[in-house]
Design a binder for this molecule. Structure first.
Ligand code: FES
Length: 114
């Protein structure tokens, strides 16, 4: 079973099992790691924002345009930021390390503004 690591806002590093096919958001929730995921993976929020370790960032699938639009709204965006609900674990991602941002912007997208 692949493993992955979450670096929590205080700096603590948690190692968890990462079943293939599950998203980083689902794995966080299974392990009581507080990654919000307000829209439950439907690309309508940015509360599942994670900062991916450089080493793994290039191994991920390219983000979709929708993901990029949502990431633009994420608080504390970095060049290795992704949405946790869009990262699916594969064998190759064994050891994936993501950092939780210090804060998230809890905001559903106002459909009228899109
Ligand atoms: S949970 Fe809302 S975009 Fe990931």
């Amino acid at each position: 079973m692949p493993k992955m690591f979450f670096v929590l806002p205080g700096g603590e590093k948690r190692e968890v099992e990462a079943p293939i096919g599950l998203s980083v958001l689902e794995i966080a929730h299974k392990n009581s790691i507080s990654l919000e995921g307000v829209c439950e993976g439907s690309l309508a929020c940015s509360t599942c924002h994670v900062i991916v370790d450089e080493q793994y960032f290039d191994m991920l699938d390219e983000p979709t345009e929708n993901e990029e639009d949502m990431l633009d709204l994420a608080f504390g965006l970095t060049h290795t930021s992704r949405l946790g609900c869009q990262i699916k674990i594969s064998e190759a991602l064994d050891g994936l390390t993501v950092k939780l941002p210090e804060a998230t912007r809890n905001m559903m997208v106002d459909k009228k503004a899109v």
